[in-house]
Design a protein around this ligand. Structure first.
Ligand SMILES: Nc1ncnc2c1ncn2[C@@H]1O[C@H](COP(=O)(O)OP(=O)(O)O)[C@@H](O)[C@H]1O
Ligand SMILES: O=C(O)C1=C[C@@H](OP(=O)(O)O)[C@@H](O)[C@H](O)C1
Ligand SMILES: [Mg+2]
Length: 177
């Protein structure tokens, strides 16, 4: 298929997955702009529906309720034909969410090392209650452990890319195959 065909057809429904700080939100926005696709960040959709921030939701209702609502929003959001969806880092690892995304769209895992993720997360302004304010070596150790537990889900993605090599063009090319 030529580039022109791909541009006309669009990328379809794409789910970006991976650990907190890997760049799902950042690159989801950029890829959507680059390919004239709609953009949805599921964390943002959840905050809109709940009428509060994720941090507030966690402290009011706990993680179990958060995971149920997150899964519900994933499956009930009306997606336009060409939409880039940035998921929350834990979403693929609960219920049948990963299988659901693979059935309904193309999944792409943005893979990074714990050290890079820790560096990004320490400098990010987004509140992430799962991290409980951890920093330095404690944060690296936490990510190493949590990533090992989650990677079996992430690796079920249809496409897996090295996050250090990412660009909007590279994402578009990968997802067009
Ligand atoms: N090359 C890069 N790509 C994406 N994010 C980067 C990059 N370099 C630094 N960052 C920072 O890393 C963080 C990525 O956060 P975000 O896009 O919210 O990730 P996620 O949605 O996967 O948690 C942001 O604070 C961003 O500024
Ligand atoms: O990994 C996780 O458990 C979470 C990741 C967050 O999204 P990002 O991956 O966009 O930070 C958000 O869904 C929530 O704070 C929980
Ligand atoms: Mg995000």
């Amino acid at each position: 298929m030529s580039d022109i065909d791909t541009e006309k057809k669009g990328l379809g429904l794409v789910f970006l997955i991976g650990f907190m700080g890997c760049g799902k939100t950042t690159w989801g926005k950029k890829l959507a702009a680059h390919t004239n696709s709609a953009f949805i960040d599921l964390d943002h959709a959840l905050e809109e529906k709940a009428g509060m921030s994720i941090a507030e939701y966690f402290s009011s209702f706990g993680e179990e309720a958060f995971r149920k609502l997150e899964s519900d929003i994933l499956k009930t959001t009306p997606y336009a034909e060409n939409t880039i969806v940035s998921t929350g880092g834990g979403l693929p690892c609960f219920f049948d969410n990963m299988a659901w995304m693979n059935t309904n769209g193309k999944t792409l895992y943005i893979k990074h090392s714990p050290k890079t993720l820790a560096h990004r997360l320490e400098n990010s302004k987004t509140e992430r209650p799962v991290l409980q304010g951890k920093k330095g070596d404690e944060l690296v150790d936490f990510i190493t452990e949590r990533l090992a537990a989650r990677e079996g889900y992430y690796m079920q993605a249809r496409y897996i890319i090295d996050g250090l090599l990412i660009s909007a063009e590279m994402l578009q090319e990968t997802l067009s195959v």
